[in-house]
Ligand binder design. Structure first.
Ligand code: HPA
Length: 304
């Protein structure tokens, strides 16, 4: 038995993965995580098999408004997929290993490529509400304080002790997103940027937003990065995209105040376009973009 005590152990993930695989014929190679207000994407899956999180062994329950809290299996444009309608967050009070456990379950079910979406506040002054930001890199603020899903004993069956993160966001998938966005006429509102994760649940102060912006972050949110770290550790390719739902308040004279209703409303307005972008990307995934290419490189690097 592994020494991990807070959740996400190999044995625990294996039980959950095996249970799910006995309940559905779908053998997903693509995993999708839907962020706040963006759950409708799961509705595009054909021949759905839906599991409430509360019915899945070892799974957490989602407590956030705008997050449905279910796992949807099916095919999207012919590709077998599994889709999280709602994710787990640090601010819900769960151990970070539990929050990210679905990534390990997906890995054990055969997922090769992860696509994550989230809602984020725009720090970059050029960003507008409703923009899509393709995440090219991240700043993991909780990680600076030792809050990292990989802290604790490493289980080599998932990945190496010291995984590389300079290639966390797959270059080919980002290029694919830009190509698809250009074809769909979305390029005017699609950006590339750096996402900074904080623990939440409060939105940031003005001083915090100013600091994050100076540090190099283009958008700020409360999710995704922990999932990316665990997915990359396990050798899955990652693509992540933010919907800019509000502009972070950077100015003491501003009357703007960030709030969750604004986040959900922007999600509703842009959700359809995000669905089209992601589903077209999934349709175009080539077999070699759906491959476990990076884990071997990681393993070799860390062995030497
Ligand atoms: N800050 C943090 N998380 C968020 C924001 C924000 O402004 N908007 C949506 N999620």
């Amino acid at each position: 038995m592994s020494e991990t005590t807070c959740g996400g152990s190999y044995e625990e993930c294996r039980i959950t993965a095996d249970w799910l695989l006995t309940q559905t014929q779908v053998r997903p190679t693509v995993g999708i995580v839907c962020g706040s207000g963006l759950s409708a994407l799961a509705g595009m899956l054909k021949d759905q098999k839906v599991f409430k999180y509360s019915d899945i062994p070892n799974f957490l329950h989602s407590t956030v408004r705008g997050h449905a809290g279910q796992l949807v299996f099916g095919t999207l444009k012919g590709k077998p997929c599994v889709c999280m309608q709602g994710r787990f967050h640090l601010y819900e009070g769960h151990p970070i290993q539990k929050i990210t456990m679905p990534m390990r379950v997906f890995k054990l079910m055969g997922v090769k490529t992860m696509i994550m979406t989230n809602a984020a506040g725009g720090l970059n002054q050029d960003y507008k509400v409703g923009d899509f930001m393709i995440i090219k890199d991240h700043i993991n603020m909780p990680g600076f304080a030792g809050v990292n899903p990989l802290a604790g004993p490493n289980d080599d069956r998932f990945g190496v002790r010291f995984p590389c993160m300079s290639d966390a966001y797959d270059r080919e998938l980002r290029q694919l997103a830009h190509d698809v966005a250009a074809e769909l006429g979305y390029s005017d509102f699609v950006r590339d940027g750096v996402y900074c994760v904080l623990g939440g649940p409060n939105f940031e102060t003005i001083a915090e937003c100013r600091m994050l912006h100076r540090m190099g972050a283009d958008a700020v949110g409360m999710s995704t990065i922990h999932e990316v770290i665990v997915a990359r550790h396990a050798g899955m390719r990652c693509f992540a995209m933010s919907l800019i739902t509000n502009r972070a308040v950077m100015d003491y004279d501003s009357q703007e105040r960030a709030n969750h209703d604004e986040v959900l409303e922007t999600g509703r307005q842009r959700a359809k376009q995000m669905e089209v972008l992601v589903s077209t990307m999934v349709a175009r995934l080539k077999d070699d973009q759906n491959d476990d290419a990076n884990s071997d490189a990681n393993n070799d690097r860390n062995k030497s």
